[in-house]
Design a protein around this ligand. Structure first.
Ligand code: NAP
Length: 331
């Protein structure tokens, strides 16, 4: 079957012929109708995650899918042949840039019924990230004040909608050309990151979702109330993350050093810093599908290209300037 893979880290993504997937007892075989591209695919291809995610090479990329079940393992009870599903396969079993993939049933959910297959494929990784940051880690609810950076991006565009739905006041950073979009998604305050300083515009907030890292994250600590929390999804990773991920001791020590500065800054300001690396979760995707079908979360897809153009789509995401998600659809 056709797939898109890298042979070595830092090499170009190209089309390959791969054997048909083996379907384990808890696996669901999915005919992939659409996939979406994440910055994580670009970063893995570049080798940025090789210490943390130890994939054998060549590696078929791709973390998001929507498609149809064509076979199920002998112990699968929740899905049957013909079901329309969407999902984010767990780490270690990625590879949705492929005609077919076997996915653990716990990583899938029935696809939302009110949107098309490309829109469904745009959602899993970014909506799970938003859910795990805002609901699980952030405890966002009515009256919370939340700053979501990069509101026009893949994560930001769904995180704004979820935070708004949870009853939060939502501030976001976006270019002026995307201000109307992020307001429509539910942002109450839009800061143009090209001309304005968000630290001047926002203060006393409960939570920041930072997808940029570096100086943007450091400055984000200053908009929080005492006891508030910044959740970083672009790093730096924390010792808690390294422990939970079961990384070997030398890597854990290195990880601790990477985030020492931001953790020290957070302590001084009396706020918290956490790193989140999202995980696959089919039950959360089922709850998200309900929100999509209720009209609470609308997919934002900026570019859809044929499956054959997966490498070009990855390059477009890397170049930036897009809104929302990049989707590849089978011809
Ligand atoms: N740890 C995890 O679990 C996890 C999960 C998902 C994503 N991530 C990471 O989070 C990052 C964002 O992911 P994504 O999918 O949302 O990326 P994306 O869709 O590529 O985000 C692009 C957006 O970033 C905005 N942007 C660029 N510079 C900005 C700035 N200085 N201030 C505010 N906005 C800015 C742009 O908006 P404008 O055009 O409006 O400027 C653009 O729409 C990536 O690094 C990704 O790897 C991590």
């Amino acid at each position: 079957m056709r797939a898109f893979a890298v042979d070595a880290y830092g090499s170009r993504v190209h089309e390959v012929e791969r054997p048909e997937p083996e379907v384990g007892p808890h696996d669901v075989l999915v005919e992939v109708a659409a996939a979406s591209i994440n910055q994580l695919d670009v970063k893995i291809a570049a080798g940025e995650f090789k210490q943390v995610l130890r994939y054998p090479l060549p590696l078929t990329l791709g973390h998001d899918l929507a498609g149809t079940v064509t076979a199920v393992g002998e112990l699968v009870r929740r899905f049957a042949v013909g079901d329309r599903v969407y999902g984010r396969p767990r780490d270690g079993r990625i590879g949705t840039f492929s005609e077919r993939i076997a996915v653990h049933e716990d990583d899938l959910a029935a696809a939302p019924t009110s949107i098309d297959v490309g829109q469904a494929a745009s959602l899993p990784l970014v909506t799970l990230t938003a859910w795990q940051a805002l609901v699980e880690r952030g405890g966002v609810g009515a009256g919370s004040r939340v700053l979501i950076h990069a509101g026009a991006g893949g994560v930001g565009s769904v995180a704004i909608q979820l935070a708004h739905h949870l009853g939060a006041t939502v501030a976001t950073t976006a270019s002026a050309k995307n201000a109307d979009l992020v307001r429509r998604l539910g942002a109450d305050l839009v800061v143009d990151h090209r001309t304005q300083d968000f630290v001047q515009a926002v203060s006393g907030y409960d939570l920041v979702l930072d997808s940029l890292g570096g100086e943007n994250l450091e400055r984000s600590l200053r908009v929080l109330r005492p006891g508030g929390k910044a959740i970083g999804i672009s790093g730096p990773p924390t010792p808690e993350f390294a422990r939970a991920a079961g990384l070997p001791l030398p890597v854990r020590l290195g990880v601790g050093a990477l985030s020492a500065k931001i953790r020290r800054q957070a302590r001084r300001l009396g706020v918290d810093y956490e790193f989140l690396f999202m995980r696959a979760d089919g039950r959360q995707l089922a709850a998200i599908a309900d929100l999509v079908d209720a009209g609470v979360i609308q997919p934002v897809v900026g570019l859809t290209v044929p499956f054959a153009e997966t490498p070009e789509a990855m390059a477009a995401l890397e170049r930036g300037g897009l809104v929302g998600k990049v989707v590849t659809a089978r011809e």
